[in-house]
Structures are given as C-alpha cells and as structure tokens.
Ligand binder design. Structure first.
Ligand SMILES: NC(=O)c1ccc[n+]([C@@H]2O[C@H](COP(=O)([O-])OP(=O)(O)OC[C@H]3O[C@@H](n4cnc5c(N)ncnc54)[C@H](OP(=O)(O)O)[C@@H]3O)[C@@H](O)[C@H]2O)c1
Length: 298
C-alpha cells in the first residue's frame, strides 16, 4: 500500500500534486490552504472532498508524507507553526517543492515540539505550472526532471514519488541547491532574454519583429540539437569559434551605434564564448587576445 499524504498550500503545484499522487495510488488524507475554497477544490480533484481542514497541522498530522506547497517566503514560518502544533506524525517525511530553497528551510519539523523521526527533503519539479489543476486529463509531471535533496530517507522517498508520478528524479546536494536553481534560471529565463536581444537586433536589421522569431527558430533548434549530439564546446560555431576578429569588430560597432546596453550584453556573452572557443581548440591565443580587446568597454 502506498503512503498517505497531505498538501498544505493548495495552489498550482499543491493541487496538481494532490491529484496526480492520488491517481498514482498514494492516499490523500488532508488538504489545507490559506482559504478553505482552495483546500476544498484540491481535496475534490484528489477524490476526497471531505478531507479539507482549516488548520494546516490538522491535515498534516494524519499523513505519512506532507507537502508544504505554499509560496517560498512563508514555507519556513508555516513549518514552524505546524511543528509547534504537533503537526507532523512520527517518522513522517516533510517536503517542499521550491527550486531555490533547500530542505534546511524545514528544520523546524525536526526540532522543538516535533515528534521523533521526522525527515525533511525538497522535491523540485523542473516544470512550469501556470494554472491550477482542474480535473482534466494530462499529467504535467510526466517525463519531467525532478531535483531532490534532503535526509537520505527523504531522498529515497522523493525518488520513489517522482517515479510514480512519471518524472525522472535526480539527486543534488543540499548546499548546491541555490546554484542548481541559478543554473535553471540561466537555462530557462536567460534564454528568453537572449532571444529578446536577438529579435531586437534582427528587427534593427530590417526584418519585422513578428517574423524574426520564425526566422531564428530553425537555427535555435539546430543549435540545441548540436549541443545534445556533440556537447559543449564542440557545438560552438560562428565568428568567435573561427577567430574571425574583423567580423566581431563590425558587430560591436554596429550594436554600439544602436545601444550601449545591448553592446555590453553582446560583449559579456562574447567573453564567455571566447572561453568556450578556446576549450574547443579552434581559437588561437593571439586571436583570443584581439577579441578580448574588441569586446572590452571603450
Ligand atoms: N508554479 C510553478 O511553475 C512552480 C514550479 C516548480 C516549483 N514551484 C514551487 O511550488 C511551490 C508552490 O508554488 P505555486 O506556483 O503552486 O504557488 P501558488 O499557486 O501561489 O500556490 C500557493 C498556495 O499557497 C497558499 N498559501 C499562501 N499563503 C499561505 C499560508 N500562509 N498558509 C497556507 N497556505 C498558503 C495559497 O492558498 P490560497 O489559494 O488558499 O490563497 C496558494 O494557493 C513554491 O515553493 C514554488 O517555488 C512552483
């Protein structure tokens, strides 16, 4: 028999998790949220409409596994209040789903009035949940990556849960959690920012902004495929990898004429690209020095 679980904070992630854990055979025993309407809705879609509670600790103390899926900035305080009210059962496992915070945020579950044997961990689904789950089909956990860390037994439980949800777990260190999150921000959010710059430059070249993305899409997909197939640094192409100093100089001049800020961004990325090109072995030391000079502030 699968363990029982409770969800505290029935928003986008909490409600979705509740529904799909129930579908995977975990036993929903308690839902609690800031507003009873959210708790009720989550309990309903998990198939247990009468399992909503006003106080978080009334829901959580019934469960083998507790998910605190509130906004990040209140996780610590809610966990402390729940612990003070004996909200965690003996030997239960407490998780949050934040990408940036580590399991240490849940330290109160193991101290003070807490019952013995409580373990803590974090399970971060690398997925964007834009809306609250409704009882419609489709599992957003399917085939996504799930970062887990925490007490060894909590990590083991988290890995099991991730697999039962259809996700692929990978274990990270507690100390490394914040850098893991920064990496995800760079890969996802900064990619959007980078594309924004690219589209602006394309528009400045005379191509309509609305067409720019479509024009760039095959290039972006090709680059991602090259990274996937050949890895970094082999996937790097272009004037920096070739040591084409004259072209890069023209880029910098043209972008500076448009915007100092854009040029600064281009240059900073260029510095990092020089390192990748050197690692690839296609950029000579002499060309790298010339490029560094060109990309340095005027
Ligand atoms: N959304 C994503 O794409 C995503 C992806 C990965 C991880 N996460 C993580 O998942 C967690 C939840 O994020 P979310 O996007 O699901 O947030 P959300 O949709 O805003 O849901 C959070 C819920 O917490 C409840 N809440 C707020 N303050 C509370 C309190 N003091 N006591 C009890 N419940 C409270 C709110 O309940 P009411 O509805 O009752 O007001 C809200 O529905 C966060 O740790 C976040 O970092 C989010």
């Amino acid at each position: 028999m699968k363990p029982s679980f409770a969800v505290i904070g029935c928003g986008k992630v909490g409600g979705t998790l509740g529904m799909h854990l129930a579908e995977a055979g975990y036993r929903p025993v308690g839902f609690s949220s800031r507003h009873m309407t959210s708790a009720r809705q989550a309990a309903e879609i998990a198939g247990v409409p009468d399992r909503c509670f006003e106080k978080a600790w009334e829901a959580s103390r019934l469960a083998d596994i507790v998910f605190i899926t509130t906004p990040d900035d209140v996780i610590k305080e809610i966990c402390r209040t729940m612990s003070e009210n004996k909200g965690f059962a003996k030997n239960s496992v407490v998780f949050h789903c934040s990408g940036a915070l580590a399991s240490t945020e849940l330290a109160a579950a193991k101290s003070g009035n807490a019952l013995s044997g409580v373990m803590t961990g974090s399970m971060h689904p690398l997925q964007s949940f834009a809306a609250k789950q409704t009882a419609t089909p489709g599992n957003p956990f399917n085939k996504i990556m799930m970062a887990v860390e925490g007490d060894p037994a909590a990590v083991e439980t988290a890995r099991e849960i991730a697999k039962d949800l259809g996700a692929q777990p990978f274990t990270i260190t507690t100390d490394g959690k914040i850098l893991y999150h920064a990496a995800a921000v760079v890969a996802s959010n900064y990619l959007v920012t980078l594309m924004n710059l690219s589209i602006k430059l394309m528009a400045a070249s005379g191509v309509g902004e609305s067409e720019a993305f479509d024009i760039l899409t095959p290039l972006i997909k090709g680059t991602l495929a090259n990274i996937e197939n050949a890895g970094i640094p082999a996937a790097l192409t272009g004037p920096i990898a070739r040591g084409d100093v004259g072209i890069v100089e023209k880029h910098v001049q043209a972008i500076r004429a448009l915007s100092g800020e854009m040029a600064e961004y281009y240059n900073l990325n260029g510095f990092e690209t020089i390192k990748v090109a050197r690692a690839k072995g296609t950029l000579s030391e002499d060309a790298a020095k010339q490029l560094l000079k060109i990309l340095s502030p005027e």
